[in-house]
Each structure stands twice: as C-alpha cells, then as structure tokens.
Design a protein around this ligand. Structure first.
Ligand SMILES: [Zn+2]
Length: 250
C-alpha cells in the first residue's frame, strides 16, 4: 500500500497563536501523541481537516483518515496545540500530534492503522523518534484519566501495533549497544524500547570522531556522547554523514 501526504490544509499560513506557535529554541520533536478526533459519526475527512486547519484554539500535525488518507496540517518543526497538560516527554513543545479520524463507537479500518504506521515510521526516521516515545493521548495526559483517546483502541492492541513499527525501520546491526546508552535508558523512565538494547542492535561500535565526540550509530539514528558526559540523539542527515565517515575510517 502506498500513502501520500496531502498538504492542502496546512495551518501555519494562519496567524501564530491559532492552535499553533513555535517550539522553544533548540527543541525538535522527540515523541508523538496518537489521538482520535471523536467528532460526529459520518463526518467527512475533509470536514475534519478543515476544522483542524481553521481552529483558533487547537491544532495537530497530522490527520489520518479511515481510507488511509494523510493530511499534514502543520509541519513538525512548529508546535501544535494538541496534548494539553501532559507528561514531560510528550508536552506540545516536544511532541508531534497525530489525529485519527474516528468517532466514538466506530470500527477501525485496516487502511487507517496501516497509514498511521507508515506515518509513524517516517516520523521515527525523520526525527529520530524512538519506539517508546509513540504514545496514546490517554497515557500521556495529566492528570491521569483526563483523556480517553485513541477511542475504541485498547492499550493491548495499541502496543502490539506499536511494537510492529520497529521491525522494518531498524533492522539489527552487528554491535552491542554501549553501556552508557543502557544507563541513560534505565534513567529515562522507559522512553526507549528494550528491543533497541538487544545484542547486535547497533550498526557501529562506540567510536571516537575527530570532532572530539564519541558516537554510536544505529540504522536510522545515533547517539553523540559529549566530553561533558551528556548524550544527544542525532537526526537523519547527521547520522548519514557519520555513517559515511565511519565506513571510510573503520
Ligand atoms: Zn487527544
């Protein structure tokens, strides 16, 4: 199945402060929140997209339809107003908001789940978002219990769907994951998925680069270890550039 991202409803042509604004300086999206629109049954995808585009009070980055349509309402470099009060890793400043067109009580379609998976895999690759950072609105909303969505999608089914996202995106490498990353994972409250620490998951060993930092690279992401001991997660282009360097300096 092939999917297309429809750009007809983009919101950032409207004044800042109408359901969108800017992320804090230096903050890129590192997580995603899955919602359902929970509007009237029988509403059209176009009407839901019109609403998200025109709303002065709420926003989202994407709308996914029941026939597999995908509209980008707001480029992820901007901040959408979708999560409300949320756990820190999923506040609007750090997250990408994805609305699924769904009214309470409706059945989910295979096409919608497949389109959502395709979109999430793209976002994981483009923004180096780890599997565990893709979450339901109900899990991230504060106080606990404030939000039910995505509606009619149980946690068990959602996490099974999510686990299947990683296989095609991040095939296993050859090297073990650095101990430093495992420690960071343990202190991150489970933001990273345990499968990412399987033996042989990393594409490269932990190596030192002439820029003074140490790196470990994965299929679509990488970690930079600064001399100050902090770990920064790397984005697509930077990972590709470092992979090139590593291949020629084994
Ligand atoms: Zn929601």
């Amino acid at each position: 199945m092939t999917f297309v991202i429809d750009l007809r409803w983009r919101k950032h042509h409207r004044p800042v402060g109408t359901g969108w604004d800017y992320r804090p300086k230096g903050i890129k999206p590192s997580s995603a929140v899955i919602h359902t629109t929970n509007g009237n049954r029988g509403s059209s995808f176009e009407a839901e997209a019109d609403y998200l585009e025109a709303s002065s009070g709420v926003g989202a980055h994407y709308l996914v339809g029941q026939r597999g349509q995908i509209a980008e309402i707001l480029p992820p470099i901007y901040r959408a107003w979708h999560a409300g009060a949320a756990k820190d890793d999923w506040i609007n400043s750090r997250s990408i908001g994805i609305e699924c067109h769904h009214a309470v009580g409706e059945a989910w379609t295979h096409e919608q789940r497949a389109a959502l998976a395709w979109l999430c895999q793209r976002l994981m690759a483009d923004w180096s978002i780890v599997l565990g950072a893709i979450e339901t609105h109900r899990f991230v909303a504060l106080p606990a219990g404030r939000k039910p969505d995505p509606s009619d999608w149980t946690d068990r089914s959602f996490y099974d769907w999510r686990a299947a996202l990683i296989a095609p995106v991040q095939p296993a490498g050859t090297y073990p994951v650095a101990l430093e990353l495992k420690v960071a994972w343990q202190s991150s409250g489970g933001l990273w998925h345990p499968s990412q620490f399987a033996p042989g998951y990393a594409l490269t060993p932990f190596f030192r680069h002439p820029d003074g930092h140490q790196y470990q690279l994965f299929e679509r992401s990488g970690a930079r270890f600064t001399p100050q001991g902090t770990i920064e997660w790397l984005f697509t282009e930077e990972v590709e550039r470092l992979k090139q360097w590593w291949r020629t300096h084994p």
